[in-house]
Ligand binder design. Structure first.
Ligand code: AMP
Ligand code: MG
Length: 272
């Protein structure tokens, strides 16, 4: 059984309003059927492993997955669960932190372009160029006149990647402010999670509404047919993992993945 990922996709003509999207909902799946969802996610994971192997063997297609969320939104958990078991040879995670001095001395897409997938590769962006219209906008790190122009740059940049053979999936993990509080509290309460706690996250949390507005604009400005955004209700981790696994498998199923031709192997014998 699979569900339509279409309902999660931000259509180019839509104007999404994040406050109207229930972060606790499970569109396409029975909210009480967590066990069924977990079983289905495991099946999808096996299929994802298979598709990724074919993509790597084929060596011509490229896949970029962009993950964005508020702090504690579940980016790390998604990477651990959804991509569990894929062959690390063909898969890479690129995490974008506060830009270094060297990075700041270049345009904001410079460090991004350097990490995009090559032939056969799948790359997961843990944060991305979207930080340059999210945190940068909310904290006035560049003047408005500069970040405003970036939506257009980003549309063009992603179009370039698509035109040159990259498939792009952009995912926003949408959690509620109350859910974030619980998860941050959990990081404080559990010593083995202290390393994840960053006091700086509290300053971001204070600006929650501004971040939601920035996310809405980013999604509305840059969700295109070829580089769509998906907004995933992510308070329930099991639903988040299921939905993203579906998006991965359904997208890859349309990528014309196939093992490379092997007809020139006919007649070869292996010498003793
Ligand atoms: P984390 O992903 O939790 O390790 O945190 C990385 C931090 O780097 C987050 O607070 C991001 O908002 C911040 N960050 C990422 N990219 C940028 C950027 N282009 N400008 C400013 N801060 C950024
Ligand atoms: Mg953090």
């Amino acid at each position: 059984m699979s569900f339509s990922i279409d309902a999660l996709r931000a259509k180019p003509d839509d104007k999404i309003n994040l406050s109207k999207i229930d972060t606790n909902a499970t569109p396409g799946w029975d909210t009480d059927d967590r066990a069924g969802a977990e079983a289905r996610t495991l099946e999808l994971n096996t299929e994802l492993e298979r598709l990724q192997e074919v993509m790597w063997a084929q060596g011509t297609k490229r896949l970029l997955v962009v993950l964005q969320a508020m702090d504690a939104g579940g980016k790390d958990g998604t990477i651990r669960h959804v991509f569990d078991g894929v062959n690390p040879t063909g898969v890479r995670v690129a995490s974008f932190k506060k830009p270094s001095e060297r990075e700041l001395a270049h345009d904001y897409l410079w460090r991004i372009h350097a990490e995009v997938p090559g032939n056969g590769e799948m790359v997961i962006f843990n944060r991305s160029h979207y930080e340059d219209v999210l945190v940068v906008r909310v904290f006035d790190l560049v003047p408005k006149q500069r970040w405003k122009q970036r939506y257009e740059h980003i549309r063009h940049f992603e179009e370039l990647l698509v035109d040159e053979g990259t498939t792009i999936i952009k995912i926003m993990l949408h959690i509620s402010k109350a859910e974030q509080k619980e998860r941050l509290q959990d990081r404080l309460d559990k010593p083995h999670k202290h390393w994840k706690f960053d006091v700086g996250d509290l300053a971001m949390r204070e600006r929650w509404d501004d971040f939601m507005e920035a996310f809405e604009d980013a999604i509305n400005e840059t969700s295109t047919e070829s580089a769509p955004w998906y907004v995933i209700p992510a308070d329930r981790k099991w639903y988040r993992d299921l939905a993203i696994s579906e998006i991965m498998v359904q997208t890859m199923a349309k990528m014309d993945l196939d093992f490379p031709p092997s007809d020139d192997l006919e007649g070869i014998t292996i010498p003793d």
